[in-house]
Ligand binder design. Structure first.
Ligand code: KG4
Ligand code: ZN
Length: 360
């Protein structure tokens, strides 16, 4: 990708508006960075959960339509609430990918229009980068985040509905994928198994709530990739194993919680085992843990134990930033802007299959 060079005055605070529309959450936020401290001046999030509950999953065209409607309200509201004159923004940060193309196009189009109207540069942000920054920065209070001095090198575990990745991060914008799922993402497996168990969308939170009442050792589901030397994950075989087990269970209501707990345990074990392997392979100061599935209590507890044993600090995204939001895109966007990552409204476009190692 070609970036235009852009010089920021490091002594001056920088202000941006950030937009996220890669899946089913519309997020807009205004952030200000002074040194290594970032303040969220205003933010808003519109969820489409109610709409997608009816279809049992996200229909990209419906998601896009909803983003368009939400952006029309959220952009003026967030600008108004920030009490900032848009002419003083330094840039507009937007998620360009990966994600659902029709959904991404709404945010990118809105950002391009604003960039043209205000004559400002655009900062293209990779969606996973946003998740990484939600854990990389330390939340001081509800609206203030700081970059700790001991941030790098870090290992990041990003577990969401679309991704399950382990990344080595040596510096800002320097990401190397060291492991990733070969098929379904962990959140996607949670959602699919939840649907099988007749739980409401989105399945992850509902399934993990049900799992609390079940026995995680009731059924031994496979731990895919356990013996492989690489750091990749696979959850599709596990999902199929749950499908066959569930089909053969007579008293489904009685055993539902046990199936949920046993499935969750298999996912958690697989993730923790690969993370342990990665921590023994790479010397890092911290483990960053983010993405929608970072809200899972069982996974968090097991990672806490692992990091304690390995003497690595666990930095988990605040609960409010685990799911998709624009604050995380703004956090990543501010650091990217400072490094000169800008494009003009004429050249920026969606990159639905954007790989994070090609971020500059
Ligand atoms: O990061 P995110 O909001 O969207 C993507 O970028 O994909 O992640 C959403 C995913 C969904 O699959 C949802 O079911 C899952 O995160 N999730 C959970 C939990 N909360 C959300 N999975 C397991 N346990 C949870 N508590
Ligand atoms: Zn996400």
């Amino acid at each position: 990708m070609v970036y235009r060079t852009y010089k920021t005055d490091m002594k001056k605070p920088i202000k941006i508006i950030a937009i996220e529309t890669s899946c089913d959450e519309t997020g807009v936020a205004v952030l200000k960075k002074e040194g290594n401290t970032v303040s969220v001046l205003s933010s808003a999030l519109a969820s489409q959960i109610d709409i997608h509950t009816a279809t049992g999953g996200v229909v990209p065209e419906i998601a896009a339509r909803e983003h368009v409607v939400a952006l029309q309200t959220l952009i003026p509201k967030v600008i108004h609430d920030s009490i900032i004159d848009p002419q003083t923004f330094d840039a507009i940060a937007v998620t360009v990918g990966p994600g659902l193309p029709p959904a991404l196009a709404t945010g990118v189009t809105a950002a391009r229009v604003l960039a043209y109207a205000w004559n400002k540069p655009l900062v293209p942000v990779h969606h996973i980068e946003g998740h990484i920054y939600s854990a990389l920065l330390h939340q001081e209070n509800e609206t203030t985040y700081t970059l700790p001095d001991d941030s790098f090198p870090a290992l990041a575990l990003i577990v969401s509905g679309g991704h399950t990745q382990l990344l080595l991060i040596k510096n800002h914008s320097d990401y190397v994928i060291v492991g990733q799922t070969l098929d379904d993402a962990a959140g996607e497996a949670f959602d699919k198994v939840a649907r099988l168990l007749d739980l409401p969308y989105p399945g992850g939170p509902a399934l993990s709530r049900l799992a609390e009442q079940g026995n995680p050792n009731a059924i031994t589901f496979p731990r895919p990739m356990r013996t492989s030397k690489n750091l990749n994950f696979s959850f599709s075989g596990l999902k199929t194993a749950v499908l066959y087990t569930w089909r053969d269970i007579q008293d489904k209501e009685q055993q539902k919680a046990d199936v949920a707990a046993s499935f969750q345990e298999a996912v958690v074990d697989s993730i923790v085992q690969k993370t342990k392997q990665a921590l023994s392979q790479y010397t890092v100061r911290s483990l960053l843990f983010a993405g929608g599935v970072a809200a899972n209590t069982r996974l968090r507890e097991k990672l806490e134990d692992l990091c304690h044993q390995q003497k690595v600090s666990l930095k988990r995204a605040p609960l409010a930033l685990c799911g998709d939001n624009a604050i995380m895109i703004g956090l990543a966007g501010l650091f990217a802007l400072e490094r000169g990552r800008v494009q003009s409204w004429e050249t920026v476009d969606i990159q639905s299959r954007f790989s994070i190692d090609s971020v500059a």
